[in-house]
Design a protein around this ligand. Structure first.
Ligand code: ATP
Ligand code: MG
Ligand code: MG
Ligand code: MG
Length: 484
């Protein structure tokens, strides 16, 4: 089943159950605490905190998300995309734990013919807050356990975990509560039988159900907070990873092989002449390319342009990492004009804005690749020399002043130096690099102060003025003055 169809199926399920369908918000959302929307609940935050009254009691959405924290995981784990779609159902004081668990169970195990996702109930494992972790739940979340048991989940498939894993809060005072996650067992081919869910490769987390039932007065950490009172009207917030469900349903090994992503891998393979599946490192590179090209496309579609600050820098990093991964695959020609249109064709079915914004996004992406190619052309030789010197000297760390020079003179961002050094088996002396950056900043500040405060030297102007009239003779006399 195609990813776009699974998305529709999810939304239809909840619309049938009376939820209001809310379109995905832009990745760039008006929330000062976030660079990008990173969960389905973000646009609903004001309703959960009570700052605004929701215009509906229940809602469902498929929200575009970007998690830059997961950037290093991409291609290495099977399950992390920098861009992904989080499907969710939300209740604002309407149904609570029982409704949330019933809905989730029905959708996950319901037959395909009846609108469900058709997973065998025996493959479902769940986690809940366990006993002894919080005084308000001395025996753990017994309510959730009883509800899962009522759905037919055997006790050995219900894992009890601590606050870090199974208590949700926003990191600031406001709503919080235990959560319960749904995992699908991928079978013995992916890891040992039974046991606790430690091997998340075999047991894939697909859905997090959050039961907001407490109001927190202070939050110091995920597992360290003060409870003010029970929420008078508890809420439900859930998030299901669409791509994760898609790769399970499509019988693929990982997130990058779903219908919405894999053709970009195929294009990367074609361009590089490498076969996907032949070499682990090359496979990881192709997955990184496919993931980052898609994230870049979706970010640009939502108005982000490559730059050196905050959002723009994340986008720049994603695009540059894809270009570099292609180089490591042996492709030195421009790649985005080949790869980006493939991703566009895959994403526009679910997101028409990808098509309407295409002229702008493609122009911006191709220009970024050109500028990066110039940076690489200028700095790569210097970088290679530095690596050779370090290796000849028998050290495993690239000196900080060389990293600084690469940054200062050749425009190599430190991330790039770190990555390229890592590939060459070297660390980078970051402390020294940071110190030099600090020095440079201080110098720039001092210069700016001198320019602003110090009186400009006006001596030359005075001499000119005092010399009297300066006639222009250029029309008649082209001789060069003897003293310039
Ligand atoms: P993980 O432990 O695998 O990193 P998570 O616990 O951080 O996931 P949640 O914050 O609970 O994820 O988000 C809800 C759901 O969103 C997850 O159950 C998962 O299906 C999906 N999800 C989270 N992060 C990603 C990602 N980087 N790529 C794809 N799907 C994701
Ligand atoms: Mg995570
Ligand atoms: Mg998790
Ligand atoms: Mg989770």
């Amino acid at each position: 089943m195609k990813t776009a169809e699974i998305r529709r199926r999810f939304l239809d399920h909840f619309v049938r159950a009376g939820h209001t369908l809310v379109p995905s918000a832009s990745l760039v959302y008006n929330d000062p605490t976030l660079l990008f929307v990173n969960a389905g609940m973000v646009p609903f935050k004001p309703y959960f905190t009570g700052a605004e009254t929701p215009p509906f009691q229940t809602a469902t959405s498929s929200q575009k998300c970007v998690r830059t924290l997961d950037i290093e995981e991409v291609g290495k784990t099977t399950r992390h995309g920098t861009f992904f779609q989080m499907n969710g159902n939300f209740s604002f004081g309407d149904y609570f734990k029982e409704g949330a668990i019933q809905h989730a169970w029905e959708l996950v195990t319901g037959s395909i013919a009846s609108g469900g996702l058709g997973f065998d109930g025996d493959r479902v494992w769940v986690t809940v807050l366990g006993p002894g972790h919080h005084p308000d739940f001395p025996d753990g979340d017994t309510e959730a356990v009883a509800l899962w048991r009522a759905m037919g989940v055997p006790d050995e498939h219900i894992q009890r975990r601590d606050l870090k894993d199974n208590y949700w809060n926003m990191g600031i005072p406001g709503p919080g509560g235990p959560c319960s996650e749904i995992y699908i067992d991928r079978g013995a081919a992916y890891g040992p039988d039974g046991g606790p869910i430690v091997d998340e490769d075999r047991f894939l987390e697909i859905w997090n159900l959050v039961f907001m039932q407490q109001e927190l007065s202070a939050v110091r950490a995920k597992d360290d907070f003060d409870v003010l009172r029970p929420l008078p009207k508890p809420n439900i917030d859930t998030g299901m990873g669409l791509e994760r469900v898609a790769y399970l349903m499509q019988g693929r090994d990982n997130l990058y092989e779903i219908d919405q992503v894999f053709p970009v891998i195929e294009k990367a393979a074609e361009l590089s002449g490498k076969r996907y599946g032949a070499d682990h490192d090359d496979d990881v590179r192709m997955r990184v390319v496919a993931d980052h090209v898609r994230s870049g496309l979706m970010l640009m579609t939502d108005g982000v342009t490559p730059g050196n600050e905050a959002r723009g820098y994340v986008l720049r990093r994603l695009l540059r990492r894809s270009v570099r991964a292609m180089r490591l695959l042996g492709v030195h020609d421009p790649v985005l004009p080949e790869l980006l249109p493939v991703s566009k064709a895959l994403m526009e079915e679910s997101y028409p804005e990808v098509a309407t914004e295409w002229a702008r996004t493609s122009t911006s992406a191709y220009a970024e690749e050109e500028s990066f190619r110039r940076t690489l052309a200028a700095g790569t030789q210097i970088f290679d020399v530095a690596v050779r010197q370090a290796k000849d000297a028998g050290v495993t760390t690239l000196p900080g002043d060389q990293a600084f020079q690469l940054h200062d003179t050749y425009g190599f961002p430190i991330d790039l130096t770190l990555e390229m050094a890592g590939e060459a088996g070297l660390a980078v002396d970051r402390d020294e690099f940071t110190r030099l950056m600090g020095e440079q900043k201080a110098r720039a500040k001092a210069d700016a102060r001198a320019k602003k405060g110090g009186a400009a030297n006006t001596e030359a102007y005075r001499t000119l003025r005092d010399a009297g009239e300066t006639p222009f003779r250029g029309f008649t006399d082209l001789s060069v003055p003897s003293r310039v």
